[in-house]
Design a protein around this ligand. Structure first.
Ligand code: ZN
Length: 149
C-alpha cells in the first residue's frame, strides 16, 4: 500500500498502547479448533476501549472474529464512533490482517478508522478504507423509510 496521501495515523505510543490492549485481551480468546487466538482493541473517539477475542464454535460457521466481537460490545454499549482498532494474532510480531467480513463491519462504522497491527518489532497502521476498495455501503441502498435507528 502506498505511504503517500495517507491520513495521519495514531501517534506511535498510542498505537503501541492499543496493541498492548489487544495482546492482553488475546488471553481470553476461545480458539480450541483453530488454535489461532486473536485479540482486538477498539478505540472509541470518546477514549473508551472495547476489547474482543475470537470466539469459536464446534459448528465452525458460527465462529466470530475478535474485531466483530469488539464492535458488537461497543455498539451494544451505545458507542458507534471509532478512531482505531488494533488486532493481534497468535504471533506478537506478525500482522494479522482482518478477514473480509471484519473489513466490511469495520467499514460500516469507520472507513477512516485506523487499523493497527504488529509488524516485526514495530507497528504498522492502515486505514480501513485502504483494505476494502469498492466497499459496499449504505449509499448503495435505497432511502430508509421512517426514522433510522
Ligand atoms: Zn474476521
Amino acid at each position: 500500500m502506498s505511504e503517500e496521501n495517507r491520513t495521519p495515523a495514531l501517534d506511535p505510543a498510542a498505537a503501541r498502547d492499543l496493541l498492548d490492549r489487544a495482546r492482553a485481551a488475546r488471553r481470553n480468546a476461545y480458539a480450541p479448533y483453530s488454535n489461532f487466538p486473536v485479540g482486538a482493541a477498539l478505540l472509541a473517539r470518546d477514549g473508551r476501549v472495547f476489547t474482543g477475542v475470537n470466539v469459536e464454535n464446534a459448528s465452525y460457521g458460527l465462529c466470530n472474529c475478535a474485531e466483530r466481537v469488539a464492535v458488537g460490545k461497543a455498539v451494544s454499549e451505545g458507542v458507534r464512533d471509532f478512531a482505531a482498532i488494533a488486532v493481534i494474532g497468535p504471533e506478537d510480531d506478525v500482522e494479522c490482517s482482518p478477514c473480509g467480513a471484519c473489513r466490511q463491519v469495520l467499514f460500516e462504522f469507520g472507513p477512516d478508522m485506523v487499523l493497527v497491527m504488529p509488524n516485526g518489532g514495530g507497528v504498522r497502521q492502515y486505514l480501513v478504507r485502504e483494505l476494502l476498495p469498492g466497499a459496499f455501503d449504505a449509499a448503495r441502498l435505497p432511502p430508509v423509510q421512517g426514522t433510522p435507528v
